[in-house]
Design a protein around this ligand. Structure first.
Ligand code: SAH
Ligand code: SF4
Ligand code: F3S
Length: 470
């Protein structure tokens, strides 16, 4: 019987088991001055997973390093949503080879969405065999055990699961900010948009129990958290896998009651099942930020159908207009893909039409990237790269003046912001976010970090605002 099987028989509680291993490892590693470096690629889900990895490594006895060069344990938490995300990881892995040649004791682990693809595993095994530990999205919590097995064998350890088993609660976690935190409310995705790899690498949709979520948030608030971001690939379908079928609106109302919590954000919302009840909830709950990320992906109904998005151009316009009417101060942002297979000039005009009509406060724009294994990858009429790039540039030309104008309307407004830290580029400025998610830079003392401050907007720019304390 393998070691893993016997362990699984001994204990059913995964968290307890990993904690036990962490304790054993800490006897070896604590106080040795060893350092870890984690780089995260991709979305907030991955960022949140990395916080859990950090929590475990800290408990084992590692301290944070600022660069790969200074680290004894390196983890890359990868993303595969677009090809360039994967290319970045391969580039980085090449660099690690030279580091490992200099430091034979360096431990290299890679995990995350990319690892759930067999072709990637093959490439790593053949071209990047200096990697020591490989795991996927479903068994992240097992990192301590995989590390322990590696120490015993000194051979490449690969543990990838095809799907999830349990939702493992209560892992140690290190937050980037003391005053704000992400909280997973659900995992996976059932939507299978035809361009998207996420359902294949993150598995089927499953929601966490309401009480587990509420307890986690209460603990966070007790620990100084003022703002939470509720995470899910499609939060609007929260609760469908639960026995009591609690809806996302109901969950939001419960979170809104948590004493001491100031702001609630969430992402992402799929337009197909954004209910009137949710609009009402956003409007009525004082802690729920008046900001909504509502990806439309493409404007043409024909393309939306090919994307399997389950709404038409008219339905999206109707929904976004209704939200803007019901909640006039809402900040609306979106995701847009350009160059999906079969997209004609006329289809692209529909995308521009939505941008012009809805006048978003912000948008993430992407060139369609072919992902092997998704239905869109084998669709005929793949759009020529040059044409797609031309359309992409045109989209920026339409979007940027709208976003700039929207920001200009903020001039003279007094807003409350949660101060996040010093501005990266202008050290004399602090930086924070409004309820709507606008980034604001202003002069102030570092003691304000983590506090709510009232600021008057004095100079709106395209992607941020400059303010002064008022
Ligand atoms: N679940 C979220 C988004 C997850 S991925 C949602 O449905 O809104 C984030 C964004 O990446 C998507 O909204 C989409 O715009 C983009 N994206 C996903 N797959 C892509 C691909 N193959 N090519 C280009 N962009 C893609
Ligand atoms: Fe991907 Fe669509 Fe699921 Fe979002 S809803 S993660 S775009 S399949
Ligand atoms: Fe996120 Fe990328 Fe995975 S966007 S879910 S890290 S494929």
């Amino acid at each position: 019987m393998s070691k893993r099987e016997s362990l699984e028989e001994v204990s059913v509680d995964e968290t307890v088991r990993q904690q036990e291993i962490i304790k054993q490892l800490s006897l070896i590693f604590k106080g040795k001055g060893l350092k870890y470096f984690i780089q995260t690629f991709g979305c907030q889900m991955n960022a949140h997973d990395s916080e859990k990895l950090e929590g475990m490594l800290k408990q084992i006895g590692y301290e944070k390093a600022d660069k790969e060069k200074e680290a004894d344990f390196i983890i890359y938490n990868t993303c595969c949503v677009r090809e360039n995300a994967e290319q970045k990881v391969y580039g980085k892995l090449g660099y690690l080879k030279t580091l490992k040649e200099k430091n034979k004791n360096l431990i290299i682990a890679i995990c995350g969405c990319m690892m759930q693809q067999e072709s990637v595993l093959k490439t790593i095994k053949t071209k990047y065999n200096h990697v020591d530990i490989i795991f996927g999205t479903f068994n992240l919590y097992k990192m301590p055990e995989l590390f322990q097995t590696y120490l015993e064998t000194r051979e490449m350890i690969i543990d990838i699961w095809k799907e999830h088993k349990d939702i493992v609660e209560d892992l140690p976690s290190i937050r980037k900010y003391k005053f704000k935190a992400s909280v997973n409310i659900m995992y996976g995705c059932n939507n299978f948009c035809t361009y998207c790899i996420v359902p294949y690498v993150r598995g089927r949709e499953r929601s966490r129990e309401v009480d587990d979520i509420l307890n986690e948030i209460k603990d966070l608030v007790n620990d100084g958290v003022k703002e939470v971001m509720l995470l899910g690939q499609n939060v609007n379908s929260y609760g469908k896998t639960l026995k009591d079928k609690t809806t996302f609106s109901e969950l939001l109302r419960k979170v809104n009651e948590i004493e001491g919590l100031k702001r609630i954000r969430f992402m992402t919302s799929h337009p197909k099942d954004l209910s009137d009840e949710l609009i009402k909830t956003i409007k009525e709950c004082d802690k729920v930020c008046k900001s909504l990320h509502l990806p439309f992906q493409a404007g043409s109904t024909k393309i939306l159908e090919k994307m399997n998005r389950k709404y038409s151009k008219e339905q999206y316009l109707e929904l976004a207009t209704k939200i803007q009417k019901e909640i006039p101060d809402i900040t609306l942002t979106t995701d847009i893909i350009v160059g999906f297979p079969g997209e004609t000039e006329q289809d692209f005009e529909d995308t521009l039409d939505i941008v012009r009509k809805i006048r978003f406060n912000g948008a993430f724009t992407f060139l369609y990237s072919k992902r092997t294994g998704t239905p869109a990858a084998t669709m005929e009429e793949q759009v020529d790269e040059k044409i797609a790039t031309k359309r992409f540039n045109k989209l920026q030309e339409v979007l940027i003046p709208i976003i700039t104008e929207k920001n200009k309307a903020m001039l003279g407004k007094k807003v409350e912001i949660l101060v996040e830290g010093r501005s990266k580029n202008h050290k004399e400025f602090l930086t924070g976010r409004t309820e709507g998610g606008h980034l604001v830079h202003f002069k102030g003392d570092s003691s304000l970090v983590g506090e709510f401050v009232n600021v008057e907007i004095i100079e709106p720019k395209t992607f941020y605002l400059i303010g002064k304390i008022c």
